[in-house]
Design a protein around this ligand. Sequence first.
Ligand SMILES: Cc1cc2nc3c(=O)[nH]c(=O)nc-3n(C[C@H](O)[C@H](O)[C@H](O)COP(=O)(O)OP(=O)(O)OC[C@H]3O[C@@H](n4cnc5c(N)ncnc54)[C@H](O)[C@@H]3O)c2cc1C
Length: 402
Amino acid sequence: MKLYTGSPYWSILTDMNIKQFPNLTKNIECDVLIVGGGITGALCSYYMNEAKVSTVLIDKNEFASGSTIINTSLLHYEIDTTLNKLSKIYGKQNAIRCFQLCRKSLYDLKTLINHTNINCEYVPRKSLYVSSNVFEDIKLLAEYRSRKNAGFKASFINKKIMKEHFKLQYSAGIYSYDGAEINPYMFTKNLIHYSSLNGLRAYENTELISIDYKKGYNIAYTQNATIKAKKIIFATGYEAQSLVDSYTTTKFKTTYTLTTKPIKNTQKLWKDNSLIWEAKNSYTYIRRTKDNRIIVGGYDTNYKGYMPSTETIEKKGELLLKQIKELFPTLDIEKDFVSAGIFASTDDELGYVGSLEEYPNCYFLLGYGANGVLYCIIGSQILRDLFLYDYHHDADLFSFYR
Ligand SMILES: Cc1cc2nc3c(=O)[nH]c(=O)nc-3n(C[C@H](O)[C@H](O)[C@H](O)COP(=O)(O)OP(=O)(O)OC[C@H]3O[C@@H](n4cnc5c(N)ncnc54)[C@H](O)[C@@H]3O)c2cc1C
């Protein structure tokens, strides 16, 4: 499955000494085998390894070369399904809990970075969830009130404040705290490297080809060797979909991102350089990078089973460029990289974490939805606890049977 096309800007922009890992050539055993070394597999192997679980991580390609390489990493605890909408689906307490878990995962991310001291261009950011017309404003105000009542720290930004203080032309917005941005490529590579120095066995260019399901354990077959594991975790990103299709509400889209050249002569591109994302259905999302570039994404279309042509990508890039120039008319903005990637959303915009009877001794950790990275932090902790204690208080919220 081709996950993206165009220029994977993180790998091009990131100047780092990349450690290569070997492929697996001899039969081994472990407690947990994690398949897929993107940001999900990196997080899951970190949490397993820290809990002293004997863990093996494999990827059929290089680590961090799947969706992770084009992930824009706007990390905000707010879920694409508003708290009000999620409350209607799962009840108020469950909806609040999902938001709280996402917020907690941001604190856990900070703890992880402090603990490992990995370089990943982490910057704490506020988030600005914006509306474009008066109808969206009304919904946004109701959402703001619900979040405040639930104890989330936020401010409502009306049109006047938006114009005068934020210098933006949006109609209104919810300004939230506790967000962050990272370089997901650097994060993934460096986290796997850190874990490998602390006990994780990691193998690149090692593909899971088939599984022999046994009582209490599985045998995983790769090209050159087998891995005997008590549990196998699928952290194979969007490529896992064919295994779980009938249990999910997944819809694949194609999303487009433009990364500008570094913006010159500016310390602050916009107020607090907050993460900006729109309340619309197919929405635009904006962040900055450490070297003063703007990343803007959007113009999603339904995924047709193949990647768009170079011509389409360029056209979408021009649209994104036009949009960002209109938003920041005083900045000198030039296009640098454009890419298109598959993106998986679900009806409730939550990811999937847990097991299915069809696959004995296996778990899935699927960071679907725009909060994919945070779901993978939450999910890694859920799976660690399910492995160790057969219980996690919040497991049902993200299960296939929710
Ligand atoms: C354009 C874009 C923007 C995004 N922005 C955000 C955002 O701002 N915030 C956010 O939280 N989330 C965001 N997401 C979602 C987020 O990217 C995903 O949740 C996450 O990057 C996926 O990482 P992953 O590790 O699950 O998958 P991947 O990075 O795709 O990793 C899966 C790995 O599994 C390997 N694999 C597959 N099959 C096998 C096999 N049989 N054997 C061995 N290895 C195998 C692949 O080679 C791959 O390396 C975005 C996604 C996209 C596409």
